[in-house]
Design a protein around this ligand. Structure first.
Ligand code: NAP
Length: 377
């Protein structure tokens, strides 16, 4: 298969490495971002708000970052449709308060919401391993993993996690990648199952240099925009290889979605004047409920696995991508580069402390050892 002929490391090193997006790609990328901003309400005008979900009893979903914004809406709506929802969050007390509030607002309605809270801090890879071990130890199925939690620390200087990685890269890409792989045993038990990654149209202006994942070499100047867009592109590239390498029989699909441009706490780090302007353009910007629709669609629509299957059998180089209007969309040209996707795959496994053959072992039901071992509690 063409995909497996992407060449070994030496072959790839011989080819002249691309160092950045070309001007044309960059301009086209921004054109796509501006287009989504200006026309998202029109292109998504066929959608209901909230999205109507089928009854979901028996469906178990983990939603990361569900105490705020898009994730909160996803968790609440899945739970209201009858799913068992696990809020995987840093602020566990806030999550408990939200559940009480949702239950109170529904008082009298039966059955009560089936929502629980588990602690997960994506800035700490040991926390990711602890979460996955705790979940897998239940030996139950997981049907949907929604990697929603993310950061865009606009205007902030470069920060590193205690694991030593640039924070956008860790929260938006590395930690969700580790979580997805470590939860595979539960996703296999829940098969047919789905991994949904809440990505962004901003990946169109991202570029991943696998020799400089942390943007510390000085080849490129770090800005939060560089950190964010690179992390979102890295997530697509990793997801593309994951989707390709999971055998069809395993019944797990990996899908990226764009929520649109959404009014949430993601802009909390913007200067006050920009936040004020943000409030003045509500016509263009989705609210969090509107922003949750593409994730909910990707997680629950019965046609999605069929679409994923078609792309898989066509050997399409990119994982399925669902747009803010719940239609399939094409990821950026850079996302289509299988050779660099393979490099991102290998580099990511190295960074998250997993052996290169982890996926194959996990699919076979074998154990894998992660370098990030949580301290005993
Ligand atoms: N809003 C947009 O316009 C837009 C556009 C495209 C894509 N997205 C993507 O949509 C996703 C959701 O963002 P949002 O707009 O809803 O922003 P948000 O309101 O800021 O929500 C982000 C969520 O992620 C959680 N989170 C952040 N760092 C975390 C960590 N280290 N460990 C665990 N959870 C963490 C936050 O929890 P804490 O409260 O504990 O920080 C929060 O619950 C993100 O992946 C974002 O990149 C958003």
């Amino acid at each position: 298969m063409e995909f497996f002929r992407a060449g070994n490391g030496d072959d790839r090193a011989k080819a002249k490495k691309k160092q950045a997006l070309g001007w044309f790609e960059w301009g086209r990328g921004w054109y796509n971002v501006v287009w989504e901003f200006l026309f998202q309400r029109i292109t998504a005008s066929h959608l209901e708000n909230p999205l109507r979900l089928p009854p979901l009893p028996g469906l178990t979903c983990v939603v990361t970052g569900s105490t705020s914004g898009i994730g909160l809406q996803i968790a609440r709506q899945l739970a209201e449709a009858g799913a068992h929802v696990v809020m995987a969050v840093r602020k566990t007390k806030l999550a408990q308060e939200l559940i009480h509030e949702w239950q109170r607002e529904r008082s009298g309605e039966v059955p009560p919401l089936n929502v629980e809270v588990m602690e997960l801090d994506l800035l700490n890879l040991e926390s990711v391993v602890r979460f996955a071990e705790a979940w897998n130890a239940r030996l139950g199925p997981l049907h949907v993993l929604i990697n929603n939690a993310g950061i865009f620390s606009i205007g902030e200087p470069q920060h590193f996690s205690k694991d030593g990685y640039e924070e956008h890269l860790q929260v938006n890409h590395l930690a969700p990648a580790l979580l997805s792989l470590l939860l595979l045993p539960s996703l296999i038990r829940g098969s047919p199952s789905r991994i949904i990654n809440v990505n962004s149209i901003m990946h169109y202006v991202g570029f991943v240099d696998t020799e400089d994942m942390n943007v510390t070499s000085g080849k490129r100047k770090y800005t939060s925009l560089v950190g964010y867009t690179n992390s979102k592109l890295a997530q697509i590239k990793f997801s593309s290889i994951l989707q390709k390498r999971i055998p069809a029989e395993a019944g797990i699909n990996v899908i990226c979605v764009s929520p649109g441009i959404v009014h949430t706490n993601v802009a909390r780090d913007l200067p006050k004047i920009v936040i004020a302007a943000y409030h003045l353009i509500p016509y263009f910007i989705f609210d969090a409920q509107e922003g949750s629709r593409s994730s909910l669609f990707a997680a629950t629509d019965p046609q999605v696995p069929e679409y994923c299957g078609v792309l898989k059998s066509d050997e399409w180089p990119v994982c399925p991508y669902i747009s803010h209007d719940c239609r399939p969309m094409n990821a950026s040209e850079e996302a289509h580069n299988l050779e660099t996707s393979l490099e991102v795959w290998e580099k990511t496994l190295e960074m998250i402390g997993l052996p290169l053959d982890s996926l194959e072992k996990l699919i076979e039901g074998e154990q894998v050892q992660c370098r990030y071992v949580p301290a005993k509690e």
